[in-house]
Structures are given as structure tokens and as C-alpha cells.
Design a protein around this ligand. Structure first.
Ligand code: SAH
Length: 213
């Protein structure tokens, strides 16, 4: 596991590109400059790590595009001590970004292979989520709720009710909704029964899959 000056230089360039695309949250940019994204993918694909695009990882899944990770993190205004639930741990890259922002992170992954791999990998880089869970994101994490922020990193065919109900009042759920392409959708819980909804543009994610039986 090597991180060199060359990698750091490439990361700075990537952060500048993402800044030019409209990401201005300085903490997000600092995290992008710091996290060795090349180590989150297979070493033979290192050359792709610092381009602003998604890339295949294990189990037919992808590491999200850096811009998308930055966008979701910026929208959620992650701050120190936020209790955050992530659906779709995948490579753990988004998890690492949340941890760099000093959030308390719980993350669910339904692919066993990825769950195992990422559970071993993140601590090697010094990243310590509160908990990584092997399970079904549609259910959220009722025992640990409520959360300040919930971030879904797979394309959901509909908005799972449990995720809305696991938000604190004032909390935010950010979820890409749709089958083929997804509309990035933000829900803000205004009161126990009221949610404000904002649509924030089209994105493309791998599908959020229903529980395996
Ligand atoms: N945050 C990840 C993105 C990975 S892609 C990263 O930065 O690399 C989306 C991930 O969601 C995949 O790993 C996929 O296996 C997972 N996923 C899909 N459906 C899920 C579900 N129902 N519950 C939990 N995770 C799910």
C-alpha cells in the first residue's frame, strides 16, 4: 500500500477539477486531497484512480465518481459529530470521506465479499467507522436510529419508508431515486410527520437491490 508525491499531485488536480464543477465546501476538498483513492481499487487500475469517473470494484459494483461523492457530502453539510448512516459501503471511499469530516459513521453493505474486504481495509488506512453492517439497506438501522444524516449510494427504485422514519427532526436523507437514471433527492425532516423534498439533478448509480432470500 503505497501513497507517493505523484499520487498526491494527481489528487490535488482532481480536487481542483471538482472545485471547478461547483464543489466549494473546503472540508470536502481537503478530504479529496487527502484520501488515497487508488488504494480503494485494484492496483492494476491505479491509472484510473484520479480521473473523475466511477470504476468497477469487486462483486460487479463500482466505486462512485469522485464528483458524486463530493456532491452528496456537500449537500448533506456533514459536520463534526454528525451521526450518519450510509447505505452501500462498497469500496469504503465515501465512508472515508465522511470520517474525514469527523462524522460518526454506520454503513450497510449487502454484498458479503465487499463487506468483508472493506471491513479489513478501512482500519489499515486508519479509518474507523462506528460500525460496518452486513445487511439490507432498505431496512436502515432501527436500533441505532435516529440519524442526523442518511446517505444512499446506490440507485433506489423508490424511497424506503424506514429510512425516512429513522431521521431526527432537522435530519436529512439524500437518495438517488429511479431505475435507469436517478434523480438525486433530498428529504429534510421538518417535524415528526412533515418532510420537505428537493430534487437536485440526474445521476447514474448501480442499483440498490432488494434483500437476498
Ligand atoms: N459508497 C460506495 C459506492 C458503492 S456502489 C463507494 O464509495 O465505493 C453501491 C453499493 O451499494 C454497492 O457496493 C452495492 O453492493 C450496495 N448495495 C446495493 N443494494 C444494497 C442494499 N439493499 N443494502 C445495502 N447495500 C446495497
Amino acid at each position: 500500500m503505497k501513497d507517493t508525491h505523484k499520487h498526491k499531485g494527481l489528487r490535488n488536480q482532481l480536487a481542483n477539477i471538482i472545485n471547478a464543477k461547483g464543489i466549494t465546501d473546503e472540508n470536502v476538498l481537503v478530504a479529496l486531497r487527502k484520501i488515497p483513492r487508488h488504494l480503494f481499487m485494484d492496483s492494476s487500475f491505479e491509472a484510473h484512480a484520479y480521473q473523475d469517473k466511477p470504476f468497477p470494484i469487486a462483486a460487479e459494483q463500482t466505486i462512485s465518481q469522485p464528483y458524486t461523492v463530493a456532491f452528496q457530502t456537500q449537500v448533506l453539510k456533514i459536520k463534526k459529530g454528525d451521526k450518519v448512516l450510509e447505505i452501500g459501503t462498497g469500496s469504503g471511499y465515501q465512508t472515508a470521506v465522511l470520517l474525514e469530516m469527523k462524522a460518526e459513521v454506520y454503513s450497510i453493505e449487502r454484498q458479503k465479499e465487499l463487506f468483508k474486504k472493506t471491513s479489513l481495509f478501512l482500519p489499515k488506512l486508519g479509518y474507523r467507522p462506528k460500525k460496518l453492517i452486513f445487511g439490507d439497506g432498505y431496512k436502515g438501522l432501527p436500533k441505532t436510529a435516529p440519524f442526523d444524516k442518511i446517505i444512499v449510494t446506490a440507485g433506489a427504485p423508490y424511497v424506503p419508508k424506514p429510512l425516512l422514519s429513522q431521521l431526527k427532526v432537522g435530519g436529512m436523507l439524500l437518495i438517488p431515486v429511479g431505475e435507469d437514471t436517478q434523480v438525486m433527492t433530498l428529504f429534510i425532516r421538518k417535524s415528526p410527520k412533515e418532510f420537505e423534498k428537493h430534487e437536485l439533478g440526474d445521476f447514474k448509480f448501480v442499483p440498490m437491490l432488494e434483500e437476498k432470500n
